[in-house]
Design a protein around this ligand. Structure first.
Ligand code: 13P
Ligand code: SF4
Length: 322
């Protein structure tokens, strides 16, 4: 059986109808395909569920399929595996990582926590299984306010690994949080100066931004929320122009849902680079999706001890999000 490494060199017959081939494998394998809003358009179109991190974790928890094909990044597939230790969980490209997860190495995080005895630990789902295993509860951008609010006001809290999401939550709830200093390399490069210029060019436009963006960006937003919340805002707003400050993969669903609205992606600081495309999310392609299903690899594995410890905080999040 070819390994995932081999996939780099495998050429798929250009005459193959990838949509039909993936669909037939899905039925043969009894697989469910979960895709994040930042995946390329074709992957979103063939998925059984397209969603934000919370909706995809909920779909993974609820599925009766034998195989979960996760078109997203590693921490998402890892969460699905922790929830389904007996199922085969596939990720089209094992190199689909995340700067937030990579920026919070478990050993350093354990040392960091030693300085905060008596604190409860809330970890954003964008982290490794080992970091989740050191947490009391997991959150996503869709439920972070609710999860933090579930703790009594006098309970000291550590929030990791996204300092921008953490400081947005802290401002919204007027609550101190000890923040791990991580960030998303995609959302931190939006340019406040260029956003202000864009707003001046489109004075009727509203701004929807993801809370992984720095405060300088969020202060110009009419709406701040997860990808699913940004989509809901775009559907509801009477405004005909929306400036979108998150990864541009979201525009695919937004265009389908709002054919009458003008969607304006916010620029990064550097005009010459498409730095707002998540390089990890974009590692997955329709071709790799097909190959991972055909060859049943690369498979996500999680050390059973770590998985057992990470399960409780994930389940606590799912319980609090019902
Ligand atoms: P959500 O889709 O949960 O808002 O997360 C965005 C993101 O950056 C995922 O990595
Ligand atoms: Fe990680 Fe940012 Fe990419 Fe999301 S957009 S997967 S947070 S690097």
């Amino acid at each position: 059986m070819p390994s995932h490494e081999d996939h780099k060199d495998v050429a798929v017959d250009p005459g193959l109808d990838l949509f039909a081939a993936i669909d037939s494998l899905r039925r043969e394998m009894n697989a469910v395909i979960l895709a994040h809003y930042y995946q390329e358009d074709d992957i979103q179109d063939i998925a059984d569920h397209v969603g934000d991190s919370l909706a995809l974790a909920q779909a993974a928890a609820a599925t009766e399929a034998e195989v979960i094909v996760f078109a997203g990044v590693h921490f998402m597939a890892e969460t699905a595996k922790i929830l389904n230790p007996d199922k085969l969980v596939l990720l089209p490209d094992l190199e689909a990582g995340c700067s937030l997860a990579d920026g919070c190495p478990p050993r350093e995080f354990a040392r960091f926590l030693e300085a905060y005895p008596g604190h409860k630990v809330i970890s954003y789902i964008n982290c490794s299984a080992a970091t989740k295993a050191m947490s009391d509860v997991i959150c996503t951008s869709g439920n972070a306010l609710k999860i933090v609010s579930s703790f009594p006001a006098d309970q000291p809290l550590v929030f990791a690994p996204d300092r921008f999401l953490g400081s947005w939550v802290s401002r919204q709830l007027h609550r101190d949080l000890v923040l791990w200093p991580g960030s998303c390399e995609v959302h931190e490069v939006f340019s406040e100066k260029r956003l202000v210029e864009l707003k001046a060019l489109h004075p009727q436009a509203v701004v929807a931004a993801h809370p992984e963006c720095p405060e300088g960006i969020l202060q110009h937003a009419d709406h701040v929320g997860s990808t699913a919340a940004i989509l809901a805002f775009a559907r509801k707003t009477p405004a005909k122009q929306i400036i979108v400050v998150t990864e541009p993969g979201i525009l695919h669903q937004m265009r389908k849902e709002n054919p009458d609205k003008e969607l304006i992606p916010a620029p990064g600081a550097d005009e010459a680079c498409s730095c707002n495309e998540c390089p990890y999310m974009k590692k997955n392609t329709l071709e790799k999706l097909y190959l991972c299903m055909r060859d049943r690899t690369p498979e996500i594995t999680v050390d059973p001890g770590t998985a057992a410890r990470a399960l409780a905080p994930i389940e606590r999040m799912l319980e609090l999000s019902r």
